[in-house]
Each structure stands twice: as structure tokens, then as C-alpha cells.
Design a protein around this ligand. Structure first.
Ligand SMILES: [Zn+2]
Length: 419
């Protein structure tokens, strides 16, 4: 009995190793799969055959771009890839003025999208999960995909999400707290559903697009409508036990500072988010409450132009933002000694205005011996990075929770048996 359990475990681990290598590298020849996983050619052949029989992997012909890509006998080289038909996943992005949905296939390619313009801000905490479930149901019906073909739904939201209870604990996208989301979706659609912070999903996206190296330790900091962080430790996004780790934006920068969207005072975000910059430049940082709606890009571009022209209030706003970020980074460096801190988001457009102040705060906040080993870098990710990262996170969960055991249909049978 024990031996059987051990061999099942090894089988699952090996299946997962192959899937991880293919997710990370794209299609690979068997010999390359061996190199990436450390498994023997015999194991690669046997595991990949099982996964192909399960409909999870498929054989593809390598694009013969160069003559050396041809097999010795002149046949095109065969590669193995994850099959697009193996499963579908749905990524959901909740923001202040809408619910964005993307349906992706088993390889992560987006096959359908829909954005429902609705004011999430005024949402009823008890009815919101049902609303999201209806939107997903409508998208699936439109493109005729049965819910049982969808292996997982993953949701990204700004603010604090509790992955254990599937609720949005607090988010600037909602006026009220504790919005239950995942439970209603699972109940109505019968699909596993999870919820996570959007900055963590940007970090997942950077890993899946190979902009972060395997085993790298990096802090990814988003600046824009808010300030968020995704922390990558040894190549994996660190979520913490309830999914709320690395809340950099709401770490205190200055006791009794300006009011933040989270309801407390002096958070990093209350200095470095877009609404904070405009508020500082207006001279009303101490009295004006944070904006609850999204700020039009034109207003921010006007502020950047004013600072570039040398107008003192605008320049001071960016100086305050740089200082808050710099002292925050100094603490992160002292605790984690990451190899890089990656800045991303629309706020990075003004890096030339922010950087000198950020560097000065860093120099004051952390010893040079630690500072010099950290690269601070801007990666201007596109607005779709949250969706890409959410899809990638959903597929990795499917690999671990379903494909390591067998094909999606098998999970379907298990669910039917339970019902
Ligand atoms: Zn805050």
C-alpha cells in the first residue's frame, strides 16, 4: 500500500515537472525536456506519452527555421507542447468601473474577452459574486463553451483579498468591505474559483513572460491608480497564508500623514499614487480626502508637464512620491536583499522626476553594502499584464490540482460522483 502511494506521488511530481518546464519555456523537444527536468529519456518518453494520451500535451512540428532544426534523417524535429484543448480558464479583473473577463485555452492563449461596464464601487456585497458569475456564464454561452470545460476561474482585484474565504476584504474598487465573491461563483457555475491581489498577478505575468528569471528574488512595485507590490521569492510569488502579503502601498511612510484610500494616514500610497500626486500639487494634501474615482490620464499628463516646466508645487509632489518610495524600498532591501526592484505601471512615466528623490531616500535609508547589490529597474508592462498573470496563475493551479492527477474530464467524473 505504502509503495503504491509512493509511486503515485512520484508519478504526480514527474507530470508536474514536465508541465512546469513547458509552461516556462514553450514547446520543447524530448531531449530538451530531459535537460530542463533532469529526468531520464525513458521517463520523459513514458510520462509524455501518458500526458499525450490524457489530451493534456500534444506533439507539434518544430518550425524549421534553420536547416539544423531538421532531424538528421531530414524529418522535421518533433516537439511537445501543452494542448490548447486540454482545458479552459477564466481570468477576471475587478476595477472601480468594470468587470473585465478573459477566457483562455490550456496554453494560455486568450480566445474570448468581455468587459462589463458596471459601477463596482456601489456594489451590494451580498449580490456581487452572483453578478460576476452571471457575466462569466453569459461569456461562456456566447462562445458555446460548457462550464465543465472550464477548469478554474481566477480573479484579480486591487487591495486586500482573502484567498481562504474568497472575499475582497478591502479594495478602493468597492465602497463597502468584505465583498464575498468566490463562493457564489463556485455555487452557480460549479467551477473552482480563487481571488488574489492584482499586483501579485503582475508579478505572475512577469514570470510567465520570462522577464523574471527562475529562482530570482525580486519586488515588483506598481505605481499608478494605487501602489501595489508583488513579491517574488526564489522565482515564486509570495502570497502569504491568506493571500494578503506584501501590502507595500499601505505600509506606513509617515505617521499622521495625508489620508489614504484605505482609511488610514501616511501610507506610501498616500504619497505616490496618482491621486496623491495631484493632491500634493494642489496644496491640499492635509485636508483633501482621497479621490474615490479613477483620475483621467490627461490630468496626470498636465501635472507631469507642469513639473517638467519647473513649477514648484508639481515638482514637490514628485519629490514626496520619490521619498516615500525610496524609504519603503530601503526597508524591503534590508529585510529581503532582492536582486532587483522592478517598477511598473503608468506612474513610471514620471520616473525622471521621481528618481533623484528616490535615490536620495534610498541612500539615507539603507547601508551602501546592501544597496549596491540591488538593481532598480523600470519595466513598462502593458495594461494587459494583470490579465496575463491571472491566466498564468490559473493554469499553474490547474497543473497542480488536476493535470498532475489526470485529464480534466476525470475531474468532471469525480465532481459528478460527489453530486
Ligand atoms: Zn493606505
Amino acid at each position: 500500500m505504502r509503495e503504491k502511494a509512493d509511486s503515485d506521488l512520484v508519478r504526480r511530481q514527474n507530470r508536474l515537472l514536465l508541465l512546469e518546464a513547458l509552461r516556462q519555456n514553450g514547446p520543447l523537444a524530448r531531449v530538451e525536456l530531459g535537460r530542463h527536468t533532469g529526468l531520464s529519456p525513458a521517463s520523459i518518453t513514458s510520462i509524455s506519452s501518458q500526458l499525450i494520451a490524457d489530451g493534456i500535451l500534444e506533439q507539434v512540428e518544430a518550425p524549421a527555421l534553420q536547416p539544423e532544426m531538421l532531424h538528421r534523417r531530414g524529418r522535421p524535429l518533433t516537439q511537445i507542447d501543452i494542448s490548447g484543448k486540454s482545458a479552459h480558464v477564466v481570468a477576471v479583473k475587478l476595477s472601480i468601473d468594470g468587470i473585465e473577463l478573459a477566457l483562455a485555452d490550456g496554453r494560455g492563449d486568450i480566445v474570448a474577452r468581455h468587459t462589463a461596464r458596471t459601477s463596482t464601487y456601489e456594489a451590494d456585497p451580498k449580490a456581487f459574486g452572483r453578478l460576476v458569475a452571471e457575466e462569466i456564464g453569459a461569456l461562456l454561452a456566447r462562445i458555446r463553451i460548457a462550464a465543465r470545460r472550464v477548469a478554474r476561474i481566477s480573479i484579480a482585484v486591487q487591495g486586500v483579498a482573502d484567498s481562504q474565504t474568497g472575499t475582497v476584504v478591502w479594495s478602493p474598487a468597492f465602497r463597502l468591505r468584505n465583498i464575498a465573491v468566490s463562493g457564489a461563483i463556485k455555487e452557480r457555475l460549479g467551477i473552482a474559483c480563487s481571488i488574489a491581489n492584482d499586483a501579485n498577478m503582475i508579478a505572475e505575468g512577469l514570470i510567465s513572460t520570462r522577464q523574471v528569471q527562475p529562482r530570482e528574488t525580486t519586488a515588483v512595485v506598481f505605481i499608478g491608480y494605487g501602489v501595489g507590490m508583488g513579491l517574488i521569492i526564489n522565482g515564486q510569488v509570495y502570497h502569504g497564508p491568506r493571500g494578503a502579503a506584501a501590502e507595500f502601498g499601505h505600509m506606513n511612510h509617515m505617521p499622521d500623514g495625508p489620508l489614504c484610500r484605505c482609511g488610514r494616514r501616511g501610507c506610501v500610497e498616500a504619497y505616490a499614487a496618482d491621486y496623491s500626486l495631484l493632491r500634493w500639487a494642489s496644496g491640499e494634501a492635509a485636508t483633501r480626502p482621497p479621490s474615490v474615482s479613477s483620475i483621467p490620464e490627461a490630468e496626470l499628463r498636465a501635472l507631469e508637464a507642469a513639473a517638467a516646466r519647473g513649477e514648484a508645487p508639481a515638482r514637490e509632489a514628485y519629490a514626496k512620491a520619490g521619498e516615500a518610495l525610496g524609504f519603503g524600498f530601503a526597508r524591503i532591501i534590508s529585510i529581503l536583499t532582492p536582486s532587483r526592484i522592478i517598477l511598473t505601471g503608468p506612474g513610471t512615466r514620471a520616473m525622471a522626476l521621481i528618481s533623484p528623490h528616490l535615490e536620495r531616500a534610498l541612500a539615507a535609508g539603507v547601508v551602501e553594502e546592501l544597496r549596491r547589490n540591488v538593481e532598480i529597474e523600470v519595466i513598462p508592462t502593458d495594461t494587459d499584464m494583470i490579465i496575463k498573470g491571472t491566466i498564468s496563475q490559473a493554469l499553474r493551479s490547474v497543473d497542480r490540482e488536476i493535470f498532475a492527477y489526470g485529464p480534466l474530464q476525470q475531474r468532471g467524473r469525480e465532481l459528478e460522483n460527489i453530486a
